[in-house]
Design a binder for this molecule. Sequence first.
Ligand code: ATP
Ligand code: MG
Length: 568
Amino acid sequence: MADTTIPQEESAEKKGLNFVEQIVADDLAAGKNGGRLNTRFPPEPNGYLHIGHAKAICMDFGVAEKFGGTCNLRFDDTNPVKEDVEYVDSIREDIHWLGFDWGNREYYASDYFPQLFDLAVRLIKEGKAYVDDQTSEQIAEQKGTPTIPGQESPYRNRTPEENLDLFIRMNNGEFDEGARVLRAKIDMASPNMHFRDPIMYRIIKTPHHRTGTTWKVYPMYDFAHGQSDYFEGVTHSICTLEFVVHRPLYEHFVKELADETYCPRQIEFNRLNLTYTVMSKRKLLQLVKEGLVEGWDDPRMPTISGMRRRGFTPASIRNFIDKIGYTKYEALNSISLLEHAVREDLNSIATRGMAVINPVKVVITNYPAGQIETVEMDNNPENPEEGTHSMTFAREIYIERDDFMENPPKKYFRLFPGGEVRLKGAYIIKCEDVVKDADGNIKELHCTYDPESRSGLPGSQRKVKGTLHWVAADTAVDATVRMYDRLFAVENPAAEEGDFRDMLNPDSLIVIEGVKVEPFIAQNAQKDKKFQFQRIGYFTPDYSSTPDHLVFNRTIALKDSWEKEQKK
Ligand code: ATP
Ligand code: MG
């Protein structure tokens, strides 16, 4: 389960290059493709990008940056049934947010439909492709197995003239979807199943988001991808390991176009799989469509847009991807590593403030009513340049209900009757009395303070074991917090038997109203601002937050509570 380290790749790692970068460096050194380096990131616009795509983006754009090449953004829009402009827009936004730019090199596989069609026509004329009238089920039945050769289609030996006529009529819309396909005539006995006369074109009558109703035939991935790479001048086509078995076919088709001066090559690395997460776009779409989450950008989703809304930073995602690295072996990475990277970055950039999630009122009985004073708080102890802000101290304050116990166990360092704690940045208080309502619930705590214990005063050095966060009752602002946690309750939902939807973590979102935040937080709660609520965790305003109704998303708790769970 754990992250694996791969000894074979260590020698390249030592030079600071991963194995893909090493291949690129070698190709450049050998002067291949005239010394050019051009990669591409090829998303299919059929969903929002997720953290797995971020790994591919960091590779595709990263290697181009590192070696002075370029990286294209190419939308792999060959299936109009599933694709949509909403997805195109979100993909652009997410790549930019991660910190990468494709300049004016935005392309679409659909741009190449004319050239791909011409190539198909050429292959038909050369007797290398034929129209098959069988259903996809019949074709699948004849495929054979890796050890048993497939059977040839009864339509395999049509003349080029007949094939050409049929293919053109397919594209004119004369036949129904599924009625005919164009297949490459390669080898039904090949040990590589992908060579057993793969389908090149199928009939689709749904209009395309860019080409409208121009085309009625659409190329399959294997016929479109390599050639699109070629038409675009891509030199290194980097993808994930499931395409290893497609590589010979990639090379087969590309050879129809390429020569010794330029030929794109495919290189594969391991996809990102994360614990407590599903990464399949189909499943993510299902969660969205069935309302099991609040949308593609729900802060629990592994999408880039969800992580952005939750308060993750581009730096934390990139640091995480850097840390896990690229190998040739499938692995399952722990989500704790991602969460660690998020904490690490937020610790250095988040503005500190006080918020009380589950407040109980404290009345400081020896503090004069109506008196207030201000105390200075660091905005970020990690970065003194960010200065301080003032907080009001008064007779009535709120502390966390969980920071008080009426009958504490031994070594309880928070507040209890007769016990003392320091209020962070302010005075030491002592609990004198517990005030309850008729039902026995704690209504208020009555405390006294030590007027000498504030910083700068003689008693400031006096030590007590516990320090609590707090906010002044009069000036505190009400807020709602949305406490997010892992979306799934099981470590590897994809590997479990049963419906993945039954594995959702029922506590992945807990909404808490009536949270008290200090005014400084309320005043600075603009979009994408990162806060650390002292002793609680990292928070960011949700997109729905307004000055009149503050809503914060918990990005991540201060500590990994799951790790503890697992060690118990
Ligand atoms: P599908 O093709 O099933 O819709 P996909 O996840 O492959 O889903 P694409 O839009 O085709 O989605 O992916 C674009 C690029 O991102 C591809 O190069 C793919 O290899 C890469 N990619 C997708 N998922 C991951 C992942 N989990 N880890 C790393 N790279 C990924
Ligand atoms: Mg894909």
